[in-house]
Ligand binder design. Structure first.
Ligand SMILES: [Zn+2]
Length: 245
C-alpha cells in the first residue's frame, strides 16, 4: 500500500488529517471527500497513525527548534508534526509526540497529570506552542485547579491570543464553575458529602450532615447550586455545604 498524506488539518476539537491516497492498491488514485475521510479514519485508525508517523516526520528545521523533543511534554518518542489551526498562520507547525497527539485528538482520554508538562511548555517562545498550551489548559481547567492557575499566569501577545481563540476553544471563558466548600471544582457525576444538617424546604425532612450524595448534577446557570438525590428526593443543595468525596 502506498499512501501520501498531502495535508493535515484539524476540525472540531481534534486533530485529524485530510488524506489523499495515491495508489491505494488495489484501488486506483482517488481523493477522499471530508466525510469519507472521517469514515476512513474511524475504520483505519492504526493505519492512519502509521501514515502520519511515516510521512509527516518533522523536518530538520522543526526538529532543531524543538531539540528533537515534543514541544508540549518533552518526550522524544514518536515525534510527529502537529498543525495548529487555523493553519493560515505562517508558523503553524510544531513537533509533538504520539501520546500528546492522541490525547489532543480524543479529549475524553486526557490524563490530567500528563499535562502538568504545560507548566513548562506554556513559556515556550514559539507562538504555535503557546497557542496549544493555552487551548489545552482551557480544556483542563474544569478538571484541575492548577490549569486555571496557569492560565492566569499566562501572557500571550495580542496576535497570538487572537490565534489561540480563533477555533473557539476557551470560548466558554465565562462558563460557570462550581466549587465545594474547600474550593475543589465540582463536576457532573461527582459524589459529595453534606457538611451541615440541611432542612429541605418542602421536603419535610432534614438532610443530615455526613450524608453522601452520589452523582450530583450541576445547576448550569448558578455556580452556587448543585442537585442531588437525598432520601429519594432530588433536591437543590448549596455548594458551600458540600465536600467532594
Ligand atoms: Zn508530548
Amino acid at each position: 500500500m502506498k499512501v501520501s498524506v498531502l495535508r493535515i488539518r484539524t476540525w472540531g476539537s481534534g486533530v485529524i488529517l485530510s488524506i489523499i491516497a495515491v495508489d491505494f492498491s488495489p484501488v486506483p488514485d482517488f481523493e477522499m471527500t471530508n466525510s469519507s475521510i472521517q469514515r476512513f479514519i474511524s475504520k483505519h485508525r492504526d493505519i492512519v497513525h502509521q501514515i502520519i508517523n511515516k510521512y509527516m516526520k518533522p523536518d530538520k528545521k522543526l526538529l532543531e527548534r524543538s531539540q528533537h523533543r515534543c514541544e508540549l511534554c518533552g518526550s522524544n518518542k514518536d515525534l510527529q508534526v502537529y498543525v495548529v489551526e487555523p493553519a493560515n498562520h505562517p508558523d503553524n507547525q510544531m513537533v509533538i509526540c504520539a501520546a500528546c497527539n492522541d490525547q489532543i485528538a480524543n479529549p475524553e482520554t486526557m490524563e490530567v497529570n500528563h499535562w502538568r508538562c504545560l507548566n513548562e511548555s506554556m513559556w515556550s517562545e514559539v507562538p504555535a506552542v503557546q497557542v496549544m498550551a493555552w487551548r489545552l489548559l482551557h480544556r483542563l481547567k474544569y478538571k484541575a485547579d492548577w490549569a486555571q492557575d496557569l492560565i492566569d499566569m499566562m501572557y500571550l501577545d495580542e496576535e497570538t491570543q487572537a490565534w489561540a481563540e480563533a477555533t473557539g476553544e476557551g470560548n466558554e471563558e465565562e462558563k460557570i464553575i462550581h466549587k465545594d466548600s474547600n474550593g475543589a471544582v465540582l463536576q457532573n457525576g461527582d459524589n459529595v458529602v453534606l457538611i451541615k444538617d440541611l432542612k429541605v424546604s418542602g421536603g419535610g425532612f432534614t438532610a443530615k450532615r455526613g450524608t453522601a450524595v452520589r452523582r450530583i448534577s450541576l445547576v448550569h446557570d448558578n455556580p452556587e447550586q448543585i442537585e442531588g438525590r437525598v432520601e429519594g428526593q432530588q433536591i437543590v443543595i448549596l455548594t458551600k455545604y458540600v465536600k467532594k468525596i
